[in-house]
Design a protein around this ligand. Structure first.
Ligand SMILES: Nc1ncnc2c1ncn2[C@@H]1O[C@H](COP(=O)(O)OP(=O)(O)OP(=O)(O)O)[C@@H](O)[C@H]1O
Length: 624
């Protein structure tokens, strides 16, 4: 019962304090009244009554007025004193007016006592109750974000002959030529030398014994970011003696990992470097066998470069005791903004732990990796393999708080995003769009959307076309409708398909066997399909990043391409605003006249009826 006792105690002491304060305030009022009477007498003497009255009114805002009724209920009196004063102070404005009025009335009204405190009294209300306009906080970017290395967006007019980029070894130059690459794209010409510079003194600590700077690259879709890391990493690792995992590329999906793994394999072909992919496409056991082997009772790595999806990577870190990242030199994070969003999986923490995990045989190990800390003579004396992070994305966030999650070391940013000032007030990130991209929006109604797709394919011959919907169901329904209508080969692409079906579908589309591919966002990011002429957003994307990645499946590698977004009337305003805010060079209106669709309408009505039956059948099959 001690708790209750204390409560009672505190209540009675609060009441006591309230009374004491009230008495004090009343005392002050009386003193003020006396003062006021003598002032008025003085004023009369000076014949300045009117003037002074006005002056007092002007000075009133500087006074803190507190009004209280003496006949308050018992419960009200128990109110905490501070709260009371604060709440009364909040009503200040109203009371100021009242206070002036009451000054005249107070002698008539015995029940009401007006208590006014002037600056000279000891009872101060510290500031904070007045309404002040809140000052806008200016966003100041860290220097590395505010002053990046700029990459030209125009690929065609900024090609650099491969032999002019310093530091690339003759073997790789030859390989590039064999693969039809005579010139580097701007992002490659800037980033390749920067990464090579950080390994100029070998795979151990960077020049001068300093840890190399992490590198962030934000360049448009299709600008050639993959080669920008593949070439320098392959060249850097070609100087290694013992095989160990020294480069790890992490990508959000199996398809993207496969794509990157293929490029690494192309440029490591004929060297002793080996690329291993761990994405879950093979069984865990098969991946284990590909990663390492036991010789003489000791585990040996079979891969120099590992390309992984985050989930499977974490599985190997935790469950495969022979998988070691203790010699990791490069951590490549492609589609980095997506990988930051997926940080809840904490894959990066797991990778960092695995990199700095002390080896079982500490005695015999030449290297002991120590988590980077302050640079001291002692910390620099043993040879160190620095871990350098290389981040790539077409929509890399410039939000320092998000980037902070990656724990970057003195990062260097390469970006083609148009000029942003150090004190940019833009709340939204702005991105760059491929130079050859023409953007259009198509005003339409829900019922006309499928007809417009058919019109695009059958009449306007917009193919190969990649069409995006916002869900698997919508993709499937549209696929069925186009198929039933006839006249155009169509396929669907979504997580419904298994990995090999997905691979085959993409291949058929790329080879021109399928002119229309209807897809969910599974094909929106990173997928490099050669020759896509047109992207159609059948459903408008909700987020700007989704839009940028979707439309970026065309106009790649400096080529031209068009993107059409179907917009319902209600979507137009906000969508167009979102696209403009993101730095789009301009999205034009493409209106399809109703007459253009008329000849297809009868067939379309029949197809809709057929579609209804097919969907019903499919649903009943699913139930059994
Ligand atoms: N120097 C070059 N010369 C000719 N073609 C190139 C060159 N560099 C890259 N490409 C080709 O350009 C295409 C786009 O490259 P890549 O996939 O690396 O783009 P990206 O910037 O990663 O795009 P995204 O952001 O969409 O993933 C690929 O087909 C690639 O083979």
């Amino acid at each position: 019962m001690a708790y209750l006792g204390e409560e009672e105690d505190s209540e009675s002491s609060r009441e006591f304090r309230s009374r004491a304060l009230l008495a004090k305030l009343q005392e002050q009022v009386k003193a003020r009244e006396r003062q006021s009477v003598s002032d008025r007498a003085d004023e009369d003497e000076d014949h300045q009554g009117d003037k002074e009255q006005k002056k007092r009114k002007r000075e009133e805002p500087e006074m803190e007025g507190v009004q209280r009724k003496t006949e308050k209920g018992e419960s009200e009196r128990k109110t905490d004193l501070t709260d009371e004063v604060a709440s009364l102070a909040k009503k200040k404005k109203k009371q100021k007016t009242l206070s002036t009025e009451n000054e005249n009335k107070e002698s008539d009204n015995e029940k009401s006592v007006e208590i006014t405190e002037t600056k000279s009294t000891t009872f101060h209300i510290l500031g904070g109750f007045e309404e002040k306009t809140v000052q806008k906080v200016k966003r100041v970017l860290p220097q590395w974000l505010a002053q990046p290395d700029v990459i030209q967006r125009d690929i065609k007019n900024n090609l650099i002959p491969i032999s002019e980029v310093p530091g690339i070894c003759p073997i790789l130059l030859k390989k590039l030529q064999t693969n039809g690459i005579q010139n580097f794209f701007p992002v490659q010409a800037e980033v390749i030398p920067a990464i090579l510079e950080s390994v100029s003194s070998g795979l151990l600590l960077g020049p001068g014994g300093y840890r190399p700077r992490d590198i962030c690259v934000s360049a448009p879709t299709g600008s050639g970011k993959t080669l920008a890391f593949v070439i320098p990493v392959v060249q850097a690792l070609s100087m290694r003696v013992v095989r160990d995992v020294r480069a790890l590329a992490v990508l959000p999906t199996k398809e993207l990992a496969q794509q990157v793994s293929k490029v690494f394999s192309t440029y490591t072909e004929g060297t002793s470097l080996k690329v291993v992919m761990i994405t879950g496409q093979k069984s865990f056991g098969a991946e284990q066998t590909a990663l390492s082997e036991i010789r003489g009772g000791v585990s040996h790595s079979l891969g120099d470069i590992v390309v992984a999806t985050p989930g499977r990577l974490v599985d190997h870190i935790n469950k495969n005791s022979n998988f070691s990242l203790q010699h990791l030199r490069f951590l490549i994070i492609d589609e980095a903004d997506r990988m930051i969003d997926g940080m809840h999986q904490s894959w990066l923490t797991q990778v960092t732990k695995a990199v700095y995990r002390s080896p079982a045989d500490t005695q015999t190990s030449v290297f002991r990796r120590i988590l980077p800390g302050p640079i001291t003579v002692a910390s620099l004396s043993p040879p160190q393999i620095p871990l350098q992070k290389l981040l790539f994305s077409a929509t890399l966030t410039h939000n320092p708080e998000k980037l902070q999650l990656l724990d970057l070391h003195q990062p260097r940013l390469f970006t083609s995003t148009h000029s942003r000032t150090e004190t940019s007030t833009q709340s939204q990130d702005a991105f760059n769009f491929p130079q050859g991209l023409a953007e259009y929006y198509v005003p339409c109604t829900l019922s006309k959307k499928p007809l417009i797709i058919l019109h695009f394919l059958l009449r306007l011959k917009f193919s190969p076309a990649l069409c995006f919907t916002n869900s698997r169901e919508a993709a499937h329904r549209l696929y069925l409708l186009v198929k039933l209508f006839g006249g155009v080969e169509v396929a669907e692409f979504s997580s419904k398909l298994n990995p090999s079906e997905r691979q085959k579908t993409l291949k058929d589309f790329e080879q021109g066997k399928i002119p229309l591919l209807i897809s969910t966002d599974a094909a929106a990011r990173g997928i490099d399909i050669n020759g896509v002429k047109c992207v159609i957003n059948y459903d408008a994307p909700q987020y700007i990043r989704t839009y940028i990645h979707r439309v970026g499946r065309t106009a790649r590698a400096g080529k031209a391409g068009s993107a059409f977004t179907f917009l319902l009337e209600v979507q137009e305003k906000s969508f167009l605003q979102m696209v403009r805010d993101a730095g789009s060079p301009g999205i034009q209106r493409h209106f399809v006249k109703p007459e253009a669709l008329r000849s297809m309408e009868t067939r379309y009505e029949q197809t809709l009826a057929e579609l209804g039956k097919v969907v019903k059948e499919e649903n009943s099959r699913k139930r059994f």
